[in-house]
Design a binder for this molecule. Structure first.
Ligand SMILES: NC(=O)c1ccc[n+]([C@@H]2O[C@H](COP(=O)([O-])OP(=O)(O)OC[C@H]3O[C@@H](n4cnc5c(N)ncnc54)[C@H](OP(=O)(O)O)[C@@H]3O)[C@@H](O)[C@H]2O)c1
Length: 322
């Protein structure tokens, strides 16, 4: 089969298109004929050698959608449409950057849909992340106010649509004033241009602060996001678009306002279920949710797709067709 193999840690060019043996099925695992997969920023870190426990060569890719090719357990039928995410995929074992992948049954989610594969490929990890952040971490409720820090990211754009559908007021940020209309067209009620210190401007809109804040930039803006919440409001850090993992100085009694709450979301397959995924795919089909795809590549073009993702030019999800 054809696969994009990350041969060693490094720049995008370490990924090579190779002919490799098709995986051999084993009990408890199933073979998927991959149709598409979304690219994820964590795959840049893995390629660079920063994901603990990852050895090279490795076929990366933490998610995919496709059709069941062989399931020795008989749980799924050949040709049945499935998604697979996380659980070590593309890190501890070979993942989605290939024509076939062998994955454990517990990370497989069946679905029915006639949507194009490129749309389906954009969904699993993005939906899991947004749904988990909003419902499990932030526990959002109708009528609340939500700040999305990193509003133009794929995760941020979907978060806004799902929060609006649940009856929240959304304030979304971008560093680039030219993208404000893009955020408003996506449903944001207010747009703030992020210079790293938005709390004073946010308080002119909501003097008591927001109920909930989704932090996608990470360490660089986390302290300021904590200044944006109301007493007993919550900040959830889900992303690190700013690039740093560790804060040099953090003073809990000071950086977190009194009664403020700070949590993080690092979801996986255990945070997704097939009914939630199917309901979401149906919403996409009905046009209730618009999946924002920036660009589609083919498997032969994974190096170009990684280079593009790292260039930060995209305004939506990057999808690869296998
Ligand atoms: N916790 C989890 O389970 C989980 C799962 C999936 C993804 N994530 C994380 O979620 C975040 C969003 O992922 P995504 O794929 O949706 O991102 P994306 O679509 O690639 O985001 C692109 C946007 O990020 C902003 N950006 C890029 N570099 C930045 C920087 N240095 N500082 C501030 N903003 C920057 C830019 O917005 P502007 O130019 O408009 O400012 C850009 O339009 C990532 O950190 C990703 O790792 C977490």
């Amino acid at each position: 089969m054809k696969a994009a193999v990350t041969t060693k840690a490094g720049e995008p060019g370490v990924i090579q298109i190779q002919d490799v043996p098709q995986p051999i099925v084993k009990n408890g695992w199933l073979l998927i004929r991959i149709k598409a997969f979304g690219l994820n920023r964590s795959e840049i870190f893995t390629r660079q050698g920063h994901s603990p426990g990852v050895t090279f060569p490795r076929i990366q890719g933490i998610e995919c959608v496709g059709e069941v090719f062989d399931d020795p357990s008989g749980t799924y039928q050949p040709g049945q449409k499935v998604a697979a995410i996380m659980g070590g995929m593309g890190r501890e074992f070979n993942g989605g950057y290939a024509e076939f992948t062998l994955v454990p049954l517990n990370i497989v989610f069946p679905f029915e849909s006639h949507l194009p594969w490129e749309v389906l490929g954009a969904i699993p990890e993005m939906f899991q992340t947004v749904s988990g952040s909003l419902n499990e971490a932030l526990e959002i409720k109708k009528g609340e106010t939500l700040l999305i820090r990193g509003g133009t990211s794929s995760i941020g754009m979907l978060t806004c649509q799902m929060a609006k559908n649940m009856g929240l007021t959304v304030i979304a940020t971008t560093r680039n004033a030219g993208k404000a209309e893009h955020l408003t067209a996506n449903g944001a009620d207010y747009v703030l241009v992020d210079d790293g210190n938005i709390a004073p401007e946010l308080k002119t809109i909501l003097p008591n602060g927001v109920d909930k804040a989704l932090e996608l930039i990470g360490i660089a803006t986390l302290k300021d996001s904590l200044q944006c919440i109301r007493p007993k409001g919550t900040v959830c850090m889900t992303g690190i678009l700013g690039g740093s993992w560790t804060m040099p100085e953090f003073t809990p009694m000071g950086d977190i306002p009194s009664l403020g709450r700070l949590t993080v979301y690092m979801g996986g397959a255990e945070n997704l279920n097939k009914d939630l995924l199917q309901a979401f795919i149906d919403d996409v089909n009905k046009g209730v949710i618009n999946i924002n795809i920036d660009r589609t590549f083919y498997l032969d073009e994974v190096v170009a797709a990684h280079t593009y993702m790292e260039s930060n030019q995209s305004k939506g999800k990057i999808v690869v067709l296998a």
